[in-house]
Design a protein around this ligand. Structure first.
Ligand SMILES: Nc1ncnc2c1ncn2[C@@H]1O[C@H](COP(=O)(O)OP(=O)(O)O)[C@@H](O)[C@H]1O
Ligand SMILES: [Mg+2]
Length: 278
């Protein structure tokens, strides 16, 4: 990105973060759920948000999606303050972010096709494009054959994959994952984590990954996907430290109490963090 200088020459300026929270405070009723949280996700980064139940993780993601508004502070997407953005800007920015909600949250009365097509139908995308895109993302999650099924006919893991496909249909630059493996068995969880790693490494999708499962967090922070000749391999070298561009963020009672790489988190002597990672 560049900008004209006073004398007509151009200077390089760093692109705005894909997502930024600036000193955000959020109340539900009298309860302060987020208390002065600042956060930035730059292109190519993955941030893993940890924290106990009720610490404000889901609220943080909903603010990034524009589904909640802050009581004070700002939420910016690609440098645009959502609180000041016009409808046209919001229309442009919405497809840039995809979210997999806690518990999948599919529309039960819609088929898999209709669930995945939803965001495109909403903005009046033409039928042919919708069909192609839905097939493409269902292919990515390995569920082409489920296209005409209803959510009630799917297993928990399949629902989660449909939720992933639904979020991907607009080809987002960033994915927000809210405990995407909660309630799933280890093999199914593994499959979801592999899809997330592939999106990051093969497709270059940035991400915010919320979890209270440390094992998933460390998998994401230390494993990479390599695609060659149409096959994807997952590589995890022993003793690998946290991947570059991957950072852990720890929330406690609506405040950020840690931000940094895996190995620093593991060495922390903060009692809450020690207990969390024990
Ligand atoms: N829509 C809501 N109305 C009232 N309170 C809420 C709402 N959503 C979340 N909360 C409360 O806000 C706090 C943080 O919730 P949440 O962001 O869901 O935490 P986490 O995802 O870390 O478990 C909790 O105390 C929760 O009960
Ligand atoms: Mg939550």
């Amino acid at each position: 990105m560049s900008r004209a200088n006073g004398d007509g020459s151009r200077v390089r300026v760093a692109p705005a973060p894909l997502i930024e929270l600036r000193n955000v405070t959020k109340y539900y009723g009298d309860v302060r759920v987020l208390d002065g949280v600042s956060f930035a996700l730059h292109e190519g980064q993955t941030k893993i948000v940890l924290g106990g139940s009720g610490s404000g993780k889901s609220t943080m993601l909903k603010l990034m999606m524009g589904l909640e508004t802050p009581d004070s502070g700002q939420v910016l997407i690609e440098g645009v303050d959502l609180g000041r953005a016009g409808e046209r800007q919001l229309m442009r920015l919405r497809p840039r972010i995809g979210m997999v909600f806690q518990e999948s949250a599919l529309f039960d009365s819609l088929s898999v096709f209709e669930n995945v097509a939803f965001r495109l139908s909403e903005v009046g995308t033409d039928e042919d494009t919708i069909r192609d895109r839905v097939r493409e993302v269902l292919g990515f999650v390995g569920l082409e054959d489920a296209i005409d099924k209803m959510p009630a006919e799917l297993s928990g893991g399949m629902k989660r994959r449909v939720a992933l496909a639904r979020a991907l249909v607009s080809r987002p630059a960033v994915m927000l994952y809210d405990e995407p493996t909660a309630g799933l068995d280890p093999i199914t969880s593994r499959r979801i984590n592999e899809l997330i790693i592939r999106l990051r490494d093969v497709r270059g999708v940035s991400g915010v990954f919320v979890t209270h499962r440390l094992r998933d967090a460390f998998t994401l922070a230390s494993e990479i996907a390599v695609e060659s000749g149409g096959r994807v391999r997952f590589i995890r070298e022993d003793g690998t430290f946290c991947l570059p561009h991957t950072r852990f963020v720890m929330l406690r009672n609506g405040r950020t109490i840690f931000e940094g790489p895996d190995e620093v988190l593991r060495r922390s002597d903060d009692a809450y963090i020690r207990q969390f990672i024990a």
